[in-house]
Design a protein around this ligand. Structure first.
Ligand SMILES: [Zn+2]
Length: 142
């Protein structure tokens, strides 16, 4: 006989799994639907929204609306109905989605020509400099 885990236990297990398998640091916030939003990496790389029925994995992304207002707009890469899968395939698929989202995100990074730091797109200026170099060399570059 196959032992099945009851959902609350599985939910706790998913929290622990995400906390230890996402790129650190992992920040947890309460979602507005009884779920938890995990934002992982610094700068953020992956966002996972765990709800009582699903796991939604997204690549972190965001846009600037003007100079000081940044809006996070994660790009969803996959949604898994976690109660419908046995443990091993569930963790495998979530692991693969996290891996894929992370690869997409890191693939968008560009290396700042001044400090040679790989930098996410929202932290690069129009000339491809990271924001701290853009600040430091302001007026020197142009
Ligand atoms: Zn730089």
């Amino acid at each position: 006989m196959i032992r099945t885990m009851d959902p609350p236990e599985r939910f706790e297990q998913l929290i622990a799994f995400l906390d230890s398998n996402l790129p650190p640091p992992v920040q947890q916030e309460e979602g507005d639907d009884g779920g938890i939003v995990f934002t992982a990496g610094d700068p953020a790389e992956v966002v996972v929204h765990l709800t009582p029925s699903s796991v939604v994995v997204s690549e972190y992304a965001g846009t600037w609306d003007g100079r000081h207002s940044f809006t996070a707009r994660p790009r969803r890469v996959g949604i898994v109905k976690w109660k419908r899968l046995p443990e091993t395939p569930l963790f495998n698929v979530v692991t693969q989605l996290i891996k894929g989202a992370r690869e997409m995100r890191l693939g968008r990074y560009r290396t700042c020509p001044y400090c040679e730091t790989p930098t996410p797109p929202e932290s690069l200026n129009a000339d491809g400099l990271c924001l701290s170099c853009a600040e430091r060399y302001r007026g020197v570059v142009h």
